[in-house]
Design a protein around this ligand. Structure first.
Ligand code: GMT
Length: 408
């Protein structure tokens, strides 16, 4: 398998980023500062497809690279959020060879083999994996293969690796063992840390490091040519990977109620197993002309500012990165009070939270925001302030750096 230096599309996401010298002394290039501190070589492994864990891993890779560290991304393909060339980031594709005997290609073994190869060839200090399954297991295997070589393995728990699929009996013991075998464990919310401890009996310390948002990328609406609806039509937006935990039918039902009362459009961004059912439900409820299913989009920073309200009624949500991105764009959030969402969205201050199945609650809160522009704007501005002050890259990446340094 050939190694290729990361090449990304021309969309210019990174150019808009508040890049470069974060953490460096004034007038001093970041790389020089790091040189004094010591430049780390960090492997990062994650899912490449649309989803929050891959976004966080990619944003972390970018932040580390901007600070002058050398980052080696190991994934089945280039993660979607890496859209432009970035020096200091190297991409290593992991894919299993095909053989007719296989029922399913053993991709987890190929991943472990690629981890070994990259760690050895590039003398990595740290291997940081995102989402326990299968990444923590492949990292465990890779490290065992390389013994007695020292390699720090960090596992970040993201959500359904703990709350849904990792806890399935067919995966439980291997997930538990792989997490416990990591040198350091982090979780993206207090909720997720507690859930990992109670479900898996994890006894090793779990550090909570929240996700962050770049307020220069996710910024409020500017006057521009991009529109999703006419000037008198309010826009409600949802974005996810359309899995059962996202409560997609509730979104359609809430919108049907709102639409009865006012002119509005529902913009659904993303794709997944629940999408076809949602399209069907929208037709059955006679609202399909006002529901736009945009499919997967990798320009959330362009879409979110066009929303008047962001809706996220998940039955389970460890953090809700997209809710934070909406807040950063000054869009108030109406969400469920499930999981870690109350750690991100404050009820009555930056949005409204209700029980996941409480359709009337979601409808009332959405209508309250859409019919009271001063309230909507106030909550939106507060959301941006909270995003800028409490969920910063400097704080969270600094925390990850301390985790890495503790392993050296
Ligand atoms: O657990 C998942 O659903 C996968 C993961 C992903 O890749 O989309 O999402 C989780 O991680 C995100 C980033 O940390 C969090 O913002 C999401 O809340 C979380 N999803 C869930 O807990 C459902």
């Amino acid at each position: 398998m050939s190694e290729s230096k990361t090449r990304r599309g021309p969309r210019g996401g990174a150019a808009k980023r508040d890049s470069g010298a974060r953490g460096a002394a004034k007038g001093e290039p970041a790389a020089r500062t790091v040189k004094r501190k010591r430049r780390l070589r960090i492997g990062i492994s994650c899912y490449a497809h649309f989803g929050g864990s891959g976004v966080v891993a990619s944003e972390l890779a970018l932040e580390l690279a901007h600070r002058g560290h050398e980052v080696h991304l190991i994934a089945s393909r280039l993660p979607f959020r890496l859209r432009s060339f970035e020096s200091n980031i190297f991409f290593h594709e992991s894919s299993p060879a095909f053989y007719p005997v296989f029922e399913d290609a053993p991709s987890n073994l190929a991943l472990a083999a690629k981890m070994v190869e990259v760690v050895e060839n590039y003398s990595l200090d740290i291997l940081h994996v995102h989402y326990a399954m299968p990444f923590a297991t492949s990292a465990y295997l890779a490290r065992q293969i390389m013994l007695p070589r020292q390699l720090g393995v960090v596992t970040t728990l993201h959500g359904t690796d703990i709350t849904v699929v990792g806890a399935e009996p067919s995966f439980f013991r291997v997930t538990q063992y792989s997490i416990q075998s990591s040198d350091r464990i982090t979780a993206v919310s207090r909720f997720l840390k507690e859930r990992a401890e109670s479900t898996f009996g994890i006894t090793r310390p779990i550090e909570v490091i929240y996700n962050w948002v770049d307020p220069n990328v996710f910024s409020p609406r500017r006057v521009g040519r991009l529109r999703l609806a006419g000037p008198d039509t309010k826009v409600i937006m949802h974005a996810s990977n359309f899995r059962a935990v996202k409560n997609i039918p509730v979104i359609i039902q809430v919108f049907a109620e709102v639409r009865r009362k006012m002119q509005a459009k529902l913009v659904m961004v993303g794709d997944g197993p629940e999408k076809a059912g949602a399209e069907q439900l929208a037709r059955e409820l006679g609202i399909h002309r006002d529901v736009l299913f945009l499919g997967n989009q990798d320009c959330m920073e362009e879409l979110l500012p066009l929303a008047d309200v962001f809706l996220l009624p998940s039955s389970s949500e460890s953090f809700g990165l997209v809710a934070l991105e909406a807040m950063s764009a000054e869009v108030p959030v109406v969400a469920s009070n499930a999981g870690g969402l109350p750690e991100v969205v404050e009820h009555g201050f930056t949005g409204f939270l209700h029980d996941p199945g409480h359709i009337a609650g979601f409808v009332n809160s959405t209508l309250k925001l859409l019919t009271n522009e001063p309230l909507r704007r106030t909550m939106g501005r507060r959301g941006r302030r909270v995003a800028r002050e409490r969920f910063t890259a400097d704080e969270m990446v600094g925390h990850y750096m301390r985790v890495y340094e503790s392993l050296r």
